[in-house]
Design a protein around this ligand. Sequence first.
Ligand code: G3H
Ligand code: 13P
Ligand code: ZN
Length: 311
Amino acid sequence: MALVTTEKMFKEAYDGGYAIGAFNVNNMEIVQGITEAANELNSPLILQVSSGARKYAKHTYLMKLVEAAVQETDIPIALHLDHGDTFELCKSCIDGGFTSVMIDGSHLDYEDNVALTKRVVEYAHAHGVVVEAELGRLAGIEDDINVSAEDSSYTDPAQVEDFVTRTGCDSLAIAIGTSHGAYKFKPGKEIKLRFDILDEVARRLPGFPIVLHGASSVIPEFVEMINANGGALEDALGCPEPMLREAARGAVCKINIDSDLRLAMTASIRRVFNESPSEFDPRKYLGPGRDAIRDLVRHKITAVLGSDGKA
Ligand code: G3H
Ligand code: 13P
Ligand code: ZN
């Protein structure tokens, strides 16, 4: 099967009450671990690349790794640019073989966000590529830019119809209280995601795919494993998985997961080094890192996304 866009995946996910996992990739072991789990569980898959990942691993290496994943499996796979911030970056990914791009104009004024998104959509659609846009601003860290809680803002449902109609975007990321990274909520305080905003957006955009960023759960097992092996992740806290499962049953068709991958991989590598301090063969720690990614993605597909058997 060739690389696909997200169009069919999202339609089926919307109608079927599940979501597609969009997992961030940075190297071979991450691509392999994610793909192995999705293939085993017969789940559609989105592999996504941030501009930081593209700088780190380089476009061609990532492209070839994803092409290998497509060749080795029988599942639909989309290759998506995560948090594209300029027209030029989106164009470069479209020209270079991505099937989906995100243009993140969420930090811009509304009219500037509309104009930039519309420009990307026109170019992308002319090349058979789909576009995710964002309205509202998440807190947390993206590409080393730290958005404080004060600078974040929930999506205003009153804007979504106008935004989607004028831009022609294919999916919309909204801010309902999730945030990027491993420190999403304060310990001891009630974890509140604004499902009322999600419901109102869904009511105003019937059948339209909604995207949740910052949707890692910061699984305590991995935080504990990191800390037990010399790490220091205090107060790390993420989105409860049952809340995400609930979102996936409704209009949310794409759930972005990066931090959980990083935590799972780092936990297993830290354990190898702690248990075998003289180890210096990269395969002996990257291999367990890859296995940890595979196990985590299996868990996400079955317990959170509900996309198993849907390929
Ligand atoms: O939203 C951000 C993603 O987790 C990607 O992170 O920009 O550090 O690659 P990155
Ligand atoms: P997490 O940091 O919660 O994994 O979010 C990832 C993300 O939204 C990538 O765009
Ligand atoms: Zn994101």
